[in-house]
Design a protein around this ligand. Sequence first.
Ligand SMILES: Nc1ncnc2c1ncn2[C@@H]1O[C@H](COP(=O)(O)OP(=O)(O)O)[C@@H](O)[C@H]1O
Ligand SMILES: [Mg+2]
Length: 348
Amino acid sequence: MSGSPRTPRRPNGGRTVSRLLADFGHDLPCVPPVQQGAREARLFRHASRRGPRRAGGGWAPAPAPVSAWRMTSDQAPVLWPFISTPGLPPTGAQMGIDMLSGGAFYADPNGWILDDDVPVTNPNIFSFGKPGRGKSATTKAFCLRMTDFGYRILVLGDPKDEYEGLCRFFGVEPFAIGHGLPTRINPLAFGPLLQGWEQLDAAQAQGRAAVVFGRWLTLVRGLVGSQRIGEERVPFGPTDEVVVKAALQTLTGYAHGQSQLTETTIPALWHLLDNPTGDLVAKCRYAGERHFLDDTRLLRDALGQLVGGALAGLFDDHTTIDVDWSAPIQSLSLSRLEALGDEQSGSR
Ligand SMILES: Nc1ncnc2c1ncn2[C@@H]1O[C@H](COP(=O)(O)OP(=O)(O)O)[C@@H](O)[C@H]1O
Ligand SMILES: [Mg+2]
């Protein structure tokens, strides 16, 4: 058997398995030689994706389409019922039912973010729903229940005065602003940003001033822009910004490098722009007082309208309320502004 044509040698001269066995007397059966002219019919044949092309073979003129489904978020959970967010721990106030698990739902937004095991990174909550579905009622229940867990309530603006009942429950009188009421809120107050100003070095004071004056400019831009000439809003361009900023810096004493800054008001701003000092005119790069007055007429009149009109008796003097940060609730009732129309919307 050795040297037979059916037991080939390896290219490197080694023996194949059949050769090895043959050398020890075990001849393996060989593949029978193919007989010329008698080809067997092939068992499997390649077919295209549309199937074999033959009569009655079920050939499709187009490949089967992928089925597409569209559904609302109401129906989607039926197809993907097992996807849900991980549950939240039962800390804080019990607020209702977790509709996914059927268990009780507890709310503790600040606790959630303080605990690294809870996958919540932001304590803010939005409440969405059609009118009359209970957003306000749930929010009030939430506020009330959270007070038991060290939370305090601050209602920055209550257009419908709906938190007044909650305030009175806690024995707190809500702040109310409106014509004829003594309450004033000065939008140009420094707030907590004035604390420790005299201890700041020059760079720190500059940084903090940038924040304060930036906020005030945004406010004045909103107030001026709330006025209209026909359909158009009164413009507040870069030149107006320069003028208002310079005037505010003069009024607060920042322009003169004072270490103790003075709080100013919108009427004081208007008054200074109406009676500009030589310093202010020069600082804003006007040729003279006449040039200043002509160029700022629209800005001055817009501020004057606010002081004499919509803002009169509301935001036109130093703040008269003192927020008690340790009280269980503080609220600013705004319903009395309703009758004044849209002009206050910038300040609500
Ligand atoms: N869970 C509730 N069960 C019964 N009545 C409710 C519930 N939540 C709210 N309401 C009532 O439904 C009405 C509308 O609720 P409200 O909270 O004012 O709705 P929204 O603020 O979403 O417009 C109110 O009269 C309120 O008392
Ligand atoms: Mg509501």
